[in-house]
Design a protein around this ligand. Sequence first.
Ligand SMILES: CC(C)(COP(=O)(O)OP(=O)(O)OC[C@H]1O[C@@H](n2cnc3c(N)ncnc32)[C@H](O)[C@@H]1OP(=O)(O)O)[C@@H](O)C(=O)NCCC(=O)NCCS
Length: 175
Amino acid sequence: MRRHPRGVRRGHLRGVRDVNVGVRLFAEEDATAVAALIRTTLLTSNAADYPREELETIAEWYSAEGLVSRIGHCQRIVAVTRDATREVLGTAARRENHLEGFFVRPSWQGRGVGELLLSTLEDAARADAMRVLWLESSLTAVGFYEKAGFARIGEARDLGDGLVVEMRKRLDEAS
Ligand SMILES: CC(C)(COP(=O)(O)OP(=O)(O)OC[C@H]1O[C@@H](n2cnc3c(N)ncnc32)[C@H](O)[C@@H]1OP(=O)(O)O)[C@@H](O)C(=O)NCCC(=O)NCCS
């Protein structure tokens, strides 16, 4: 039976500040919408930090086919509106203690959706007895992760798809 991290069973919604938004697991039928959201976010929010070719390469990694092919390899979640449209507002993923692929629709940024995605995956990691989380942040998002308690490990370096900053957070410290 497929394991579901605590708090992100399909259809189980969590609140985000005063906005009607919840979180559930990514499903195959979300792939087209999520791939489009990621591409738009990359080309809008990351455009000041990365050349267009690098962003297009990353968008290709997050194509609908790519997202579906990795369903069994990571826990990807989506943030959705609670209204009838169930619009997808953001997405993020965890593979054991590694986080990746955080994207929030540009028009919804700054409203707590990223924080909701992050706290949901942190809770799931804690439930799986993980002690440390790590990720490679875009240059764009370093401040977001710092605010959430992550610390930079070293300088920005290029691992193949542009400059990233490795960051870590101990889960046994107060968050
Ligand atoms: C990074 C990202 C996921 C954050 O999502 P978000 O929904 O805008 O974040 P939230 O609204 O939950 O922000 C939580 C807090 O972090 C702060 N914050 C968000 N982005 C920040 C940034 N880039 N720098 C500094 N602080 C930031 C917010 O102000 C907020 O602080 P507050 O609680 O004092 O109000 C989103 O901006 C995004 O998609 N960025 C482009 C894609 C990207 O680079 N993703 C990371 C890939 S590793």
